[in-house]
Design a protein around this ligand. Sequence first.
Ligand code: URP
Ligand code: ZN
Ligand code: ZN
Length: 489
Amino acid sequence: MQGESIFDTVITGGTVVTASDTFNADIGISGGQITGLGLGLTGRDTIDATGKLVLPGGIEAHCHIAQESATGGMTSDDYRSGSISAAFGGNSCFVPFAAQHRGMGVTETLDLYDSRAEGSSVIDYGYHLIVADPTEKVLTEELPAAFARGVTSFKVFMTYDLMRVDDRQFLDILTVAKTHGALTMVHAENNGMISWISDRLLAAGHSAPRYHAPSHPALAEAEAINRAISLAKLVDAALLIVHVSTPEGAGLVSEARMAGAKIFGETCAQYLFLTREDLDRPGMEGAKFMCSPPLRDVPTQDALWRHLQAGTFSVFSSDHAPYRFDETGKLANGPDATFKQIANGMPGIGLRLPLLFSEGVGKGRITLQQFAALSSSNAARLYGLDQKGSIAIGMDADIAIWDPEETRTVTAEDQHDNMDYTPFEGWQVTGWPVTVLTRGQRVIDGGKLQVEPGHGRYVARSRIDLTGYPGHRAPELDPATNFGAEIAP
Ligand code: URP
Ligand code: ZN
Ligand code: ZN
């Protein structure tokens, strides 16, 4: 309480919600940080939040922005449009991917993404580094250098021919990440199963978008998650399984966490709200719903909700991977492209939080505290965004003010992204982020963007905090039980 201070900005009259508490307080902001919490605060600028919920600004931690896909197509959103759409959807910070492709260096990759992001984003940002070419130089020099510049999470793919790493390369990356305190993230699907089924489907003339679903069996996810967890356990490294889409996969994450391994899980909006039936829309419409892993079914949705409620998933993301429904995106290989020739991914960066609020909080599936954790706080802690993800003295004033009563019908036009469709067209949501601040400055207010591109700053992130995770010591790597061989860090 700093009742005598005059703050730059005060947010008055709102109900403050954090991952642990709900309380009535004014929030004082000075120099871009939260510097006061109390009643009767005064500031040079006042935001009246009476009747509203005041939450930590959302952190979108899985999105593809200004990124070439595995097959070369560029996402339709750049750092300007992607960040604006994220901000309208209640986010004050996001962490897209910087993708190393084979033949590229890591430093070169990060420099490239700096040039794509600088001066463009309206909210703060960092990058996860996709590692597709783990050469000796990358492992010994460039990954440590990436970590030193605040890129503290590395993602690998177990599928996609041009991106995937093999198990040995995966182990190398996990080991470097462990040494530096970085978190490895993995897209876990069995490549051989997918290509084997795909080839047979195509040979039998089944090329429509709906066949994307059977070409990615649930077993391909379960096998790869099991293998990824085993690799991480072998070297006792931290690993996040991204976009888990099956009960089997979620069960493996849960079991590993219960056993104390340093394993984390993420699921995404589309797996809770859409099904494979959406892939069976007329003509090529199903292409709009193609993502990997694919959409599943209603029993899967129910199981994923239960895992979200039980804490299996630390992060809930959009996996925004926007490709327009035209020749620049989904139809780049023509109007009759096979499911193998259509870019994977769908948009959703502006709807992740309204959907979770409406379907989660509004329908009594999760508490407001869980919403704060899943929308912001968990991602901040997991990804080393030390100044973000909570409402407390000294934190960045990254705040989203929600009107819990506002009801909207979703349309593509309202998304502020550079897309020509939304998979959630016509959905009705109750609860809407009406004001979003990044470092104390209104980014969104009154239904309008309030800052220029470039307001968002790059955020260097910290190492992962693994306190409370006992981990797993493989006896074969333990000198006490392997005849004294020191072979792993
Ligand atoms: O289909 C998806 N999810 N596309 C984006 C890339 C990825 O695998 O995350
Ligand atoms: Zn992926
Ligand atoms: Zn993704």
